[in-house]
Structure formats: C-alpha cells, structure tokens
Design a protein around this ligand. Structure first.
Ligand code: NAD
Ligand code: AKB
Length: 319
C-alpha cells in the first residue's frame, strides 16, 4: 500500500482509518473521499480530500488515475437499520458503489479492501461460534448486499486477479464519530448517555447477544489483512473477526463499575431487534487468526475504561 484512496472516509471507520493510515504511509499518500465535505474536519484538513459519490464510476476512475493509486479501500455504504428503511437506495448504493470500486481496482490493478459484516449471516446460520464457512441466508437488505458483495469480491479475485480482501466486522464501538444507522449502535450510544444523564434506554432487548469490537482493533485489522502475505490467504472475502460478544445488561453492568448510579431500561425497536435476532450470538475468528494473525487487544472491561476516559476528555457529560 503506497497510494491509497478511501471512499466514505468521513464515516465512523473512515475518520479513524484515514488518520492512522496517514500516520503510517504519509499524509499525501492517503486520499480521503466522501459524498460530503466537513470543513475543519482533520480528515479534510491534513491530507488530500475529494468529493466523490461512489455511484459515479467516471469520477472515481478519474480521481484514482489523478492520484495514481495502488490501493482502494471502499467504505461507503448504508448500514443495516438505514438499509432496512430504504432498501432500494441500499441496493443501489451498496451494490452499485461496490461494483464501481471493483471496476476501478480491476482497471488500475489496485489492491482492494471492503468490509463485510456479521449482517452477512441470517436466522438459519448456526448462532454460536459461527464458523467461517457456513449457511448465509440473511433476511435483511443489508445482509443480502453483504453476501452478494463477498461473492462479487471473490469473483473479481478469481476472474480478474484483483487482490480483494475483506473482514466480517461485528458492531464497532468508538468515540470519534457516531455510528451511521446500524443495529449495534446502542453499544455506542450507551456510553454517551451514561456520562450525560446516568441512564440509558436500550432499543435492543435484554438477552440479545451480538459480537462487538473496539475501533482501534478494527483499524489494526484492516491494516494487518492488507499487509498480509496474499499467498497465505485461503479465504479472502470475508474473514470472521470479533473481539467480544455481549448482551445489553452486560455492557450496562460494566459501565456501572465506573458510574455506580447508572441505570438502563428498555424500549425495544422491533425493526432493529428483528435484525439483531437474525444475527449470530458469537462468531469464530479462527481462520483470520491462522491465515493472517488477527488479534484483538480490547475486551469489554478494557474498552469500557477507555471509552469513558476518552469521552470524558472530549467533554461529554461535563456540566
Ligand atoms: P458510516 O455510515 O459511518 O459512514 C459511511 C460514509 O459513507 C459517510 O461518511 C457517508 O457520507 C458516506 N457516503 C454515503 N453515501 C455515499 C455515496 N453515495 N458516495 C460516497 N460516500 C457516501 O459507515 P461506517 O460505519 O464507517 O461503515 C463503513 C463500512 O463498514 C460499510 O461498508 C459498513 O457496512 C461496514 N461495517 C461497519 C460496521 C460498523 O459497526 N461501523 C460494522 C460492520 C461493517
Ligand atoms: C450495523 O449494525 O449495521 C453495523 C454492522 C454490524 O454491520 N454495525
């Protein structure tokens, strides 16, 4: 990875990935792009930034040529809850954007990364310790997009030799940028509300286990899989990775250790609960560990300490 173009770079993942990649590869070598421009944002300020709608193949190709990129990291997509509310838009953006990005990678011989998700699994998938290779019959538009995306990336590798790589991310928890319309967002919101008001009403119900990961581990995973020796990869699109699996009462109990008066109640959102119910309780990341050395540093306790410290330092909850 010498010259990297990132789509959807102002989102929850992109905002942190671009900054980390610029630290490693040099500011001028990481070209951030997004549909919108946030003036004053560090991603826009400290390196190249271009407006790019990923459904516009022509502009994507022009930018890729202009900057002579050799790597494309494709992040722009609608997440699960938004995709369920706007299924046709999700299909057009999630699939149209992906095929445009893969075409650019094919035309310019770029290495390629795009994330899949635990959303690529469905109700008929084994729920516990979900294997790498298993039944994938998701019942959400997001899941349909993710499975089709995994297959399309493998197709571009086999048919055209594009070096495509991907991971199935669990819910990502972070303090820089709020998540953009997912089912696992409750596990971010809860920290903000714990600091602001000492209470949280969860839209995900008691006993609903889902895989999660702290953003620093997610960013490291992207860099590590992209730097991995391709000849050692048996799987490509996409690897199960996870750091922890918990239900709402477990994250609440962990927060209570820091904020003893913290209370949580429930007002379950049937749409997001339905999505969560169709996803695994916990997935098995063994193939990622064996094939490219995936390792997560943060468990629930370590992440909670860091989240509360970092959000407090940003003034969240300050009176
Ligand atoms: P996000 O919603 O936070 O950010 C998406 C970004 O894409 C936004 O900045 C938005 O402005 C931009 N965008 C929207 N439409 C666009 C378009 N037409 N052209 C260009 N940019 C456009 O998303 P994220 O959480 O950073 O997720 C990035 C990728 O990772 C997605 O593929 C998502 O499915 C996947 N993923 C995320 C998580 C998570 O928990 N965040 C988990 C699993 C997989
Ligand atoms: C979502 O909830 O949509 C995302 C994901 C797990 O893909 N966080």
């Amino acid at each position: 990875m010498k010259k990297i173009l990132v789509t959807g770079a102002l989102g929850q993942i992109g905002s942190e990935l671009v900054m980390k990649m610029r630290e490693i590869y040099g500011n001028d070598n990481v070209i951030a792009t997004d549909l919108r421009k946030l003036e004053g944002n560090p991603v826009v300020m400290n390196g190249p930034f271009e407006l790019l709608d990923v459904t516009d193949h022509k502009t994507m190709l022009e930018l890729a040529k202009k900057y002579e990129i050799d790597t494309l990291v494709h992040l722009a997509a609608l997440l699960s809850a938004t995709a369920e509310a706007k299924p046709l838009l999700a299909w057009n953006l999630n699939m149209g954007g992906l095929v445009n990005a893969l075409e650019v990678a094919r035309e310019l011989n770029c290495q390629f990364f795009t994330p899949s998700s635990i959303g690529a699994f469905g109700p008929s998938t084994p729920k516990d310790n979900t294997p790498q290779d298993t039944i994938q019959r998701p019942t959400t538009m997001y899941g349909v997009n993710k499975v089709a995306g995994e297959l399309l990336c493998d197709y571009y590798f086999k048919k055209f030799g594009v070096d495509t790589r991907g991971v199935r991310f669990p819910g990502l928890i972070s303090y820089e940028v709020l998540p953009g319309g997912g089912t696992t967002d409750y596990a971010v919101d809860i920290y903000y509300e714990a600091l602001k008001s000492g209470k949280y009403t969860s839209f995900i119900g008691e006993g609903t286990k889902m895989d999660m990961m702290y953003m620093p581990d997610a960013i490291n995973a992207i860099i590590k899989i992209m730097e991995a020796d391709g000849s050692k990869l048996i799987h490509r699109n996409a690897f199960n990775i996870t750091a922890m699996s918990f239900e709402p009462e477990e994250i609440a109990a962990e927060i209570k250790k820091h904020i003893p008066g913290f209370i949580m109640d429930y007002n379950v959102d049937p749409i997001r609960q339905g999505i969560a119910n169709s996803w695994p309780n916990s997935i098995d990341p063994t193939c990622a560990k064996n094939e490219w050395g995936f390792k997560a540093e943060y468990d629930l306790a370590k992440m909670t300490t860091d989240m509360l410290e970092k959000l407090s330092a940003k003034g969240i909850g300050a009176k």
